[in-house]
Design a protein around this ligand. Structure first.
Ligand SMILES: Cc1cc2nc3c(=O)[nH]c(=O)nc-3n(C[C@H](O)[C@H](O)[C@H](O)COP(=O)(O)OP(=O)(O)OC[C@H]3O[C@@H](n4cnc5c(N)ncnc54)[C@H](O)[C@@H]3O)c2cc1C
Length: 289
């Protein structure tokens, strides 16, 4: 393996100081994406700055919105009571990420900052309308999570910026009487695999009428994709078989899947359509009367 220095700051301020001293250094979280890239010589950093011991990036706290530290591991996310109770769509997606060993090391921040179209935590966070807190030595900015993803492997982060927190707006996606329910689907070649396609849906209805629809698909576009045309179609209309058929058609039309070793583009398009139909039918059947 190629040589690099490895530093482990204890605070965000120290991490920024190290980055100023060695601008070419890369931040590393769990390393489950980055170390693979180093091993495959896709990147050859001269220095790594580990975020593992940075206290401010750890943990999950409810302060109005739910604040999830970027260094929260996928396993911690799954174990957390608030996440399990209020945001099962994210917990379900996290449970499908890699193996137990990977989930113990991999972090939420790393999954998002790696900016893969198939990142499993991205689509549930998009339908929950999450926001991202980004920080450098000059200060902090808050952006809608959807703006983080620029293209495969490239976020909107400046080289000296880190993702510090992911914020989920204060609402309970499972509260009785709210009419809100969510669902997550993932298709891989085998059970433990990167997604061939994935879909998260949040639906809020009053009777049969759709008050709010949020849909996001993974592995079917250069970045995790909100299906906004499908959302616009559904909102304000009454759920029916013909509306769901139209939603499926629009979803298939909205995606831009590629063909690679995991799947053909056409199969990915087909799967997204199937998922949209299945998700809407399932959530419709679960509606409160
Ligand atoms: C065997 C295996 C199976 C996998 N299966 C899946 C799967 O099913 N689904 C899936 O989505 N992924 C999967 N992955 C990919 C990977 O495990 C996840 O993307 C993981 O969440 C990455 O997190 P990490 O902490 O290891 O990131 P790292 O590898 O440490 O970092 C990834 C990238 O993000 C940057 N970064 C990390 N944290 C920050 C931060 N806070 N601020 C700024 N930049 C940051 C790093 O510089 C790097 O460029 C798998 C990987 C392996 C090896």
């Amino acid at each position: 393996m190629i040589g690099y220095t490895y530093q482990k700051p204890g605070s965000v301020a120290e991490a920024f100081r190290l980055k100023e001293d060695t601008p070419e250094a890369l931040f590393v979280a769990g390393g489950t994406d980055l170390m693979v890239k180093i091993k495959n010589r896709e990147v050859s950093p001269k220095a790594l700055i580990s975020l593992r011991s940075v206290a401010e990036l750890q943990g999950i706290a409810v302060r109005g919105a739910v604040h999830i530290g970027a260094m929260t591991s996928i396993s911690e996310l799954i174990r957390n009571e608030v996440m399990r109770e209020k945001y099962p769509v994210l917990v379900k997606a996290a449970r499908r990420l890699g193996s137990r060993q990977i989930r113990n090391v991999a972090t939420l921040g790393g999954n998002l900052c790696n900016c893969s179209p198939c990142a499993d935590t991205a689509t549930p966070l998009l339908v929950l309308e999450a926001r991202a807190l980004l920080q450098n030595h000059l200060g902090t900015r808050e952006i809608p999570l959807v703006k983080l993803f620029k293209q495969p492997g490239e976020t909107c982060l400046a080289t000296d910026e880190i993702l510090t927190q992911v914020l989920i707006p204060a609402f309970n996606a499972t509260r009785k009487g709210s009419g809100v329910r969510t669902i997550f689907f993932k298709q891989g070649r085998v059970k433990m695999d990167l997604a061939v396609a994935s879909l998260s849906v949040l639906l809020q209805t009053k009777g049969n009428r759709v008050k709010k629809a949020r849909l996001a698909a993974g592995s079917v576009a250069p970045v995790p994709l909100r299906l906004t045309r499908v959302e616009d179609l559904l909102e304000g209309d009454n759920l029916s078989s013909s509306l769901i058929a139209e939603a499926r058609r629009l979803a298939e039309e909205s995606v831009k899947p590629i063909t690679d070793i995991r799947s053909s583009g056409e199969y990915r398009r087909h799967i997204v359509g199937v998922f949209v139909k299945r998700a809407l039918e399932t959530l419709w059947a679960r509606s409160e009367t």
